[in-house]
Design a binder for this molecule. Structure first.
Ligand code: NAD
Length: 305
């Protein structure tokens, strides 16, 4: 449990004279006693928390937007995902320019041992994880009787089992420190179904269920666990579906994009990855203290219908 300067136990709200650094409330005067980098984190981001954040699938799309926003806030970040060396160098360059500690993990999260290796690497290189974002994902589109058992297993392993494994590994540390944030990137498909997405919809519904159980089990610990449920976001994952629609219907890319939105998303605009990142920042701040077990729709009205 965290204690504030009066020794009060609970979730800390740093005042103007205080700084929260890796779960420890510090009086501003003590910041000067810290080693250089930690001092920088405190003085640059006074009143903010400097934490260790891991975002799976952060080499692309939604995950990258979330990871970058956390780094801009001064958090140390673990970049994770599959990426070619040139792309990786660009992302690492951006993180270096923000002056935070960062590292990179390229593990195939369909395998339990690889998930464990990713968490162990993060703790070794950056320290215990305070903010965990389970985001890595893929899509397979096929009628249920044509979906191969291998694809079913892969998708469930990546979207659901990997989240279970990361959560079970980071929770003891978060509970011990009395603070933690777990964000599971589910989907509108965590609440409603669509045709030809049996494994995806099952995995995302499962992820929302897992989120709720973890929220109940951590309700008095200072740890929160929430699911984000985006509608369409224009990332490589969705671009592939647009191209598929283009090919099947013989329409232009613009028409395929419009049809995709018109079918599900009343706003008729894509959700921006940065909008999801803003929500993550809010949930990681004091405004998120009592928000737990929620499946938060960011879907332009998709699930309001
Ligand atoms: P994306 O394709 O841009 O990024 C996917 C990320 O997952 C990449 O970093 C990739 O390297 C990583 N990844 C894929 N397979 C992996 C594996 N086996 N092991 C480790 N990492 C792996 O996709 P995105 O659209 O940013 O999706 C991110 C999350 O958001 C997914 O869980 C997706 O289901 C969810 N989501 C996306 C949308 C959307 O419209 N794009 C909507 C709702 C939910």
């Amino acid at each position: 449990m965290l204690k504030d300067s009066q020794g009060k136990v609970g979730f800390p709200l740093p005042g103007p004279d205080h700084c929260l650094l890796r779960g420890e409330m510090l009086e501003a005067t003590r910041v000067q006693e810290l080693p250089g980098r930690a001092q920088g984190a405190c003085s640059r981001f006074q009143n903010a928390c400097s934490m260790v954040a891991l975002v799976t699938g952060s080499t692309s799309g939604i995950g990258w937007a979330i990871l970058k926003a956390l780094a801009v806030r001064g958090h140390d970040v673990m970049l994770c995902g599959m990426i070619h060396p040139e792309g990786l160098a660009l992302l690492q360059g951006e993180l270096s320019s923000l002056g935070v500690r960062h590292s990179f993990s390229q593990h195939d999260l369909r395998r339990t041992s690889e998930v464990e290796a990713m968490i162990e690497q993060t703790e070794r290189e950056l320290g215990e994880i305070d903010i965990l974002v389970n985001n890595a994902g893929v899509q397979h589109v096929a009628p249920v009787e044509e979906l191969s058992p291998e694809k079913w297993d892969d998708l469930l392993a990546l979207h659901l089992s990997a989240a279970f494994h990361t959560i079970r590994m980071v929770l003891p540390g978060m509970k011990r420190k009395g603070w933690g944030r777990i964000l599971n990137v589910a989907s509108a498909h965590g609440k409603v179904a669509s045709v030809h997405k049996a494994a995806y919809v099952a995995a995302k519904h499962g992820l929302v269920g897992l989120t709720r159980v973890v929220a109940l089990e951590t309700a008095r610990t200072g740890v929160t666990c929430n699911a984000l449920c985006p509608g369409w976001v224009l990332t490589p994952l969705v671009q592939a579906q647009i191209e598929r629609r283009q090919a099947e219907e013989g329409v232009s890319e613009e028409a395929a994009r419009h049809d995709l939105l018109a079918e599900k998303q009343p706003s008729l605009r894509f959700v921006e990855p940065e909008e999801l990142a803003e929500l993550v920042l809010f949930l990681c701040g004091p405004g998120g203290n009592s928000i737990t077990g929620a499946a938060l729709s960011v879907d332009g009205g998709w699930t309001a219908q």
